[in-house]
Design a binder for this molecule. Structure first.
Ligand SMILES: C[S@@+](CC[C@H](N)C(=O)[O-])C[C@H]1O[C@@H](n2cnc3c(N)ncnc32)[C@H](O)[C@@H]1O
Length: 349
């Protein structure tokens, strides 16, 4: 979040990266239609400042469809059969008619819990393991439903055979590269609103946050929810990260290194919160913790992102930043916001 005057039309236009626009024609058309429609801009402006993210409006519309709205539900079901422009203009008309469909959901937050980001985390943890970080406690800040608390239990296929640049979590039956990641002891998730996999409405909201043109993400989400029942339970702390980070780190037993991780979370902090969060985390890093984050650098000025020797290989990439115990944050490369690809360039040990 930044302090410049808010431009809703521009926010829609920038909400998807160029590569996502190219591969998601329906959402591409929809963000264009919402940026042009007065009601689309008005609703985004009505969201509280830290949630003026077009993804909130997209998720609210999708939620309306999942709840069976008689106009939206058939439109979302017709993805692939209808032309993208028609899909988008009919949704914009429905919004004109029934703005309450979105307005009623504006109290929520974009909580997209993207397990593809665990693939990015796993890639960093593998390097740390090679540098003798054998035992960790994982603290996932902005954990949503906690899907990124298990990088060691997912099977990560780093190079998809159909596209070597795609980094995917391929399936969930086991551990990939077992033995190559540090052992995770405690798992702690912090969130303003931790979501519960046993609450149907929480599950539906996360389904709504997924993009309807990517049905594999929905299938993967449900597969993970099933698997999670067998996985070690995580501790969940509810409240602002800035207030809870010290408690989370001090609750870790001294037998392992605390790893503080966050992906697409600090962008929702105010600049002052970002600065305070950084200062608190850096005190833990000085005391031996490791800090790994994955955010768009322009959205987190208060974290003071380090310079990167290389640009993102594709426009709109998120920066991977790592601060090893006792050291300043360093850029370790770039990845797609959902972990579809990674360009990891860790500095020499
Ligand atoms: C876009 S989601 C990302 C979720 C998860 N980190 C991931 O990458 O899949 C952002 C999450 O951060 C949480 N969040 C936002 N501001 C927060 C704050 N000040 N303190 C704690 N959690 C926060 C939201 O509730 C939401 O679950």
């Amino acid at each position: 979040m930044n302090e410049e005057p808010f431009d809703a039309a521009a926010a829609y236009r920038w909400s998807l990266s160029a590569e996502d626009r190219a591969r998601l024609p329906y959402y591409d058309a929809l963000v264009n239609a919402l940026s042009e429609a007065e009601i689309g801009r008005t609703l985004l402006e009505e969201a509280r400042p830290e949630q003026r993210n077009p993804m909130l409006v997209l998720a609210a519309l999708h939620y309306g469809a999942l709840c069976g709205d008689p106009v939206l539900a058939p439109l979302y079901d017709a993805i692939g059969a209808l032309a993208p422009g028609e899909f988008a203009s009919r949704i914009a008309s429905r919004l004109e008619e029934r703005p309450d469909l979105v307005r009623r959901q504006l109290h929520r937050a974009t909580q997209t819990n993207e397990p593809g980001r665990s693939a990015v985390l796993a890639a960093v943890l593998r390097v740390l393991k090679a540098r003798d970080v054998d035992d960790i406690h994982l603290i996932d800040v902005g954990t949503s439903m906690g899907l990124n608390l298990y990088p060691d239990l997912y099977r990560v296929n780093v190079h998809d055979p159909s596209d070597p640049s795609v980094l995917v979590i391929h399936d969930l039956n086991g551990t990939v590269r077992s033995g190559n990641l540090p052992t995770v002891h405690q798992r702690i998730g912090i969130d303003l609103n931790p979501l519960d996999p046993d609450q149907p409405d929480d599950v539906r909201w996360l389904e709504a946050c997924l993009w309807p043109e990517e049905p594999h993400r929905n299938a993967r989400f449900h597969s993970i929810l099933e698997q999670m029942r067998q996985w070690p339970r995580a501790i969940r702390l509810k409240g602002p990260a800035v207030q809870l980070i010290d408690e989370a780190v001090s609750s870790c037993s001294p037998n392992a290194t605390p790893v503080i991780f966050h992906s697409w979370v600090a962008a929702y902090f105010t600049p002052a919160e970002q600065r305070e969060f950084r200062a608190r985390v850096m005190r833990h890093v000085e005391a031996g913790a490791i800090w790994i984050y994955f955010e768009h650098p322009k959205s987190v000025p208060g974290l003071d992102p380090p310079p990167s020797a290389t640009d993102s290989p594709r426009k709109g990439g998120s920066q991977i930043v790592v601060s090893e115990a006792g050291a300043e944050p360093a850029s370790w490369g770039w990845a797609h916001a959902h972990g579809r690809w990674i360009a990891l360039t860790p500095p020499p040990d």
